[in-house]
Design a protein around this ligand. Structure first.
Ligand SMILES: [Zn+2]
Length: 73
């Protein structure tokens, strides 16, 4: 899991082109990328390229979840 996150971090920094290649081998990556872009980033700008939302944190059942209102509805 840590390795996948590192790959995604590089891909997001690179503007997503690497990520598109990666996605072909893992069709489930879309939602994971969304979660990764906001995880642990409460109050900070969303990490998704082109998104200008601010990350919000929500506590649910003792567990924190992060979301960007601009790209997760
Ligand atoms: Zn966003």
């Amino acid at each position: 899991m840590a390795e996948i996150k590192a790959v995604l971090a590089d891909a997001i920094r690179a503007g997503g082109s690497t990520l598109r290649d990666y996605k072909q081998a893992n069709g489930d990556l879309g939602s994971f990328q969304k979660e990764f872009a906001v995880y642990g980033r409460e109050g900070e700008p969303c990490a998704r390229p082109g998104c200008r939302g601010t990350v919000r944190r929500k506590t649910q059942g003792g567990r924190s979840t992060f979301h960007c209102p601009a790209c997760q509805r």
